[in-house]
Design a protein around this ligand. Structure first.
Ligand code: ADP
Ligand code: MG
Length: 289
């Protein structure tokens, strides 16, 4: 991959040198080959990859009940681009995102994200990994209700030790980038669903992570707003990797790649016959399908 790929991009969505550091390819020459990749990943990769999962399983146990949510997942995802993760309700989509984003540990298997193996890391080290490497976007936005848009976007930077002025500046830039320059001091309840999701996307970008994970980000939005959110995510994916869970096939088609999951296993096409996840908030929502 050629480092000059992103040199003509704007500064907000582009931190190519940071990304190179995050994935450990700072010293790689242009036209990198497999043997130039990090030793931990060479057995999976022909090109630098932001995610490499090998034989990942996740088993939930509730008393006597055992649920195999992920069942031997092998997946590599290259730097940059949009991947749609599609599957029926209960197929393991959220479990997979949580494992990739270090919000949960797999029961078995190896998870390498941005050149870092997550398996043997302490909770504290996973927390700092999440802060720096992953931005999450949720179906229900998950903004802090008593903070305004600017403060919501500043918050992850505060956790990351960024000085107040710099936090303010970047949060303003990001909110303007997602079209909300006129809404800086609005609280979440004073914003539409689409606007709240744009704040959440700006917040996910706050610490400039190489990876954005979005779990049904359009599930609570009408189709036109959902389309706009997708286009925003798609644009963001020119500079970093975006994995987006969706059950709206037309939106999945916008992605660079579609990964299908069924019963905790990846499949080559959509095998789901079961109904997809319902939106959380029926009143606000006009689902796609
Ligand atoms: P999806 O996001 O595709 O709807 P999930 O990854 O949330 O699917 O869930 C996969 C399976 O794991 C489901 O059968 C679900 O009920 C089960 N599951 C998810 N989280 C838990 C948990 N914390 N404890 C027990 N079972 C769980
Ligand atoms: Mg889910």
């Amino acid at each position: 991959m050629n480092k000059t790929d992103t040199s003509d991009r704007g500064t907000l969505l582009t931190r190519p040198r940071n990304h190179a550091r995050a994935v450990g390819r700072e010293s790689l020459p242009a036209g990198v080959s497999a043997k130039d990749c990090r030793p931990t990943t060479t057995h999976y990769l022909a090109v630098p990859s932001v995610i490499a999962l090998r034989d990942v399983s996740k088993i939930y146990q509730r008393g006597a009940q055992v649920v195999k949510a992920l069942d031997g997942i092998n997946l590599t995802v290259p730097e940059r681009g949009m991947v749609a993760l599609v599957g029926a309700s209960g197929s393991g989509k959220s479990s997979l995102l949580h494992v990739i984003g270090a919000m949960d540990r797999p029961t078995a298997g190896e998870v390498i994200v941005a050149g870092q193996s997550l398996s043997a890391r302490s909770e504290a080290s996973l927390t700092s990994f999440r802060r720096q490497t992953v931005g999450f976007v949720f179906q229900s936005f998950n903004l802090i209700p008593n903070l305004d848009a600017l403060e919501n976007v500043m918050l992850p930077m505060e956790f990351n030790g960024v000085a107040r002025d710099a936090r303010r500046r970047r949060a303003k830039e990001l909110l303007s980038r997602v079209g909300l320059a006129q809404r800086l001091n609005h609280k979440p309840r004073e914003l539409s669903g689409g606007e709240q999701q744009r704040v959440a996307i700006a917040r996910a970008l706050a610490n400039d992570p190489p990876l954005i994970l979005a779990d049904e980000p359009t599930g609570n939005l009408d189709s036109k707003t959902g389309q706009m959110i997708y286009e925003l995510l798609k644009e963001i994916a020119t500079e970093r990797t975006v994995i987006v869970v969706t059950h709206a096939e037309p939106l999945a088609q916008l992605a660079d790649r579609i990964v299908y999951i069924k019963d905790g296993r990846l499949t080559s096409h959509d095998e789901s016959a079961a109904p997809h996840d319902p939106p959380l908030n029926q009143e606000r929502s006009k689902p796609y399908v």
